[in-house]
Ligand binder design. Structure first.
Ligand code: SF4
Length: 449
């Protein structure tokens, strides 16, 4: 950046560096021990930029970015916490700790929404195509193997299982050819989403090897290239001063010039992530390529369960030329009991936030659950024929015919996920239930074959 002697280098801290973070030294020893216990089970990674520029250490532990990146005791249930803490206190062997951590992880629903079994396609010979997920007809998700990490980790991460070094739990592919072959034979696919982890941790050259071939005429049917990223928050220097930032900008420009949509699906949780000079410079640079930045992120307790935070974040995004896109519901995995917000409360927060912003900021959908049958939005609480109900709709569905059909659940102010809800009006089942069961059975049978 202009005015700086040399660009800042990326410096990362993981569990074994907890004692080396100067700001943590000022916290009680007991708190650091809690962090060690939790990060034995769940991934932890933070970088100097987040520590120095995003966290207000005077507000710790309540600071939202501290909660977003540093492990908190409440993230493990007391029994799990004690099991690991006892081993650490006793100085147990590495292997014993690792086995205990593994057992706890497997109890935390590492792959919500049946990702492993239901969304992974196969080739003509029936081989599972690792690294690809194809859940909705028009969109393919691709997990490039070099992009299966992030510049820092979110404590609530729904893909945490990717980061704990357990191969069985990972989904990734290093094979650009696998992706390209799959897309070649699926003309119904119009959108490819590169996801992770964070594909923006990859070198531009890697990203290019996946993306550039899609500009060939045989991929005419691919209209949009989306890249899911939190680099705009956790390491905006990636787009401004990294040695291959220029090459990245040039790549995105070529894709846009070729007539395809480039959408950066930027993960934001709090307006503080938008406030630094470098974050704004990165947004500006990306927008100058013709890429569109769409903002999405989950509503999470301890971080952003406040309408004022969302209103300020959406308004700020619009000012910076970003399109507010989704408010998600925290997923049913990992430390969800610490972060989850009841669906009814989530809707109230969404509604109150919407009421505070101008029309341009009202483009965010939500609150939306990415459940196995589809993306289900909570539309509101109302009364129909004397019964208090929650109105829902599919934004995306395993069957496209379900999309936009309203349906109703019995009012329940404690439910935090779709499977906690019951159909309203004394109905036994959801309108989509039988069909979903059939789709699920067929997929699971294919996965086992
Ligand atoms: S940026 Fe996304 S994938 Fe990375 S840690 Fe956060 S939620 Fe997980």
């Amino acid at each position: 950046m202009k005015g700086q002697a040399s660009p800042p280098t990326f410096k990362v801290y993981t569990q074994r560096d907890l004692d080396r973070i100067p700001q943590l030294a000022a916290l009680p020893e007991a708190m650091r021990f809690e962090m060690k216990v939790v990060s034995t089970v769940l991934p932890f990674r933070v970088n100097q930029y987040v520590i120095d520029e995003l966290i207000d250490w005077r507000q710790v532990p309540a600071d939202p970015i501290f909660q977003l990146t540093f492990p908190q005791r409440g993230m493990l249930d007391p029994e799990h916490y004690e099991r690991i803490a006892a081993l650490l206190r006793a100085g147990a062997e590495k292997d014993e700790i690792a086995a205990a951590a593994d057992a706890v992880r497997h109890a935390l629903n590492p792959h919500p929404a049946d990702q492993m079994e239901m969304n992974m396609p196969r080739d003509e010979e029936g081989h599972r195509l690792d690294g690809i997920q194809h859940k909705y007809r028009e969109t393919v998700l691709f997990f490039p193997s070099q992009g299966q990490t992030c510049h820092a980790y979110c404590t609530f991460c729904f893909r945490w299982a990717q980061f704990v070094g357990d191969k069985e739990l990972r989904m990734a592919s290093s094979e650009a050819a696998v992706l390209h072959n799959y897309l070649r034979t699926h003309p119904e696919v119009t959108d490819v989403l590169f996801t992770g982890g964070d594909p923006m941790v990859m070198k531009t050259a890697h990203l290019q090897s996946y993306i550039e071939p899609l500009l060939a005429p045989e991929f005419e049917h691919i209209r949009s290239i989306r890249i899911g990223t939190k680099a705009l928050s956790f390491w905006p220097h990636r787009f401004v001063s990294a040695e291959d930032a220029e090459a990245l900008v040039a790549l995105l420009e070529r894709v846009v010039e070729a007539g395809k949509q480039v959408a950066l699906m930027a993960h934001y949780n709090h307006w503080k992530e938008l406030d630094t000079e470098v974050a704004q410079a990165a947004i500006h640079r990306l927008r100058s390529t013709g890429a569109v930045i769409r903002a999405q992120g989950p509503l999470v307790a301890h971080i952003n369960d406040d309408p004022a935070v969302w209103a300020r974040m959406w308004q700020k995004q619009v000012e910076l030329g970003i399109v507010p896109y989704y408010m998600f519901v925290e997923r049913d995995t990992g430390a969800r009991h610490y972060f989850e917000v009841p669906l009814v409360r989530a809707w109230e927060i969404y509604r109150e936030a919407m009421q505070q912003v101008s029309g341009l900021a009202r483009t965010a959908r939500g609150p939306s659950m990415s459940a196995s049958p589809g993306k289900v939005e909570i539309q509101g609480v109302t009364e129909v024929a004397g019964e208090k109900v929650i109105a829902l709709r599919f934004i995306q569905g395993r069957n496209p015919d379900w999309v936009q059909r309203p349906f109703f659940a019995r009012y329940d102010d404690q439910a935090t996920w779709l499977n906690h809800l019951k159909p309203a009006f004394g109905e036994e089942k959801w309108f989509w239930e039988d069909e979903y069961a059939a789709i699920r059975q067929a997929r699971l049978a294919a996965a086992r074959a």
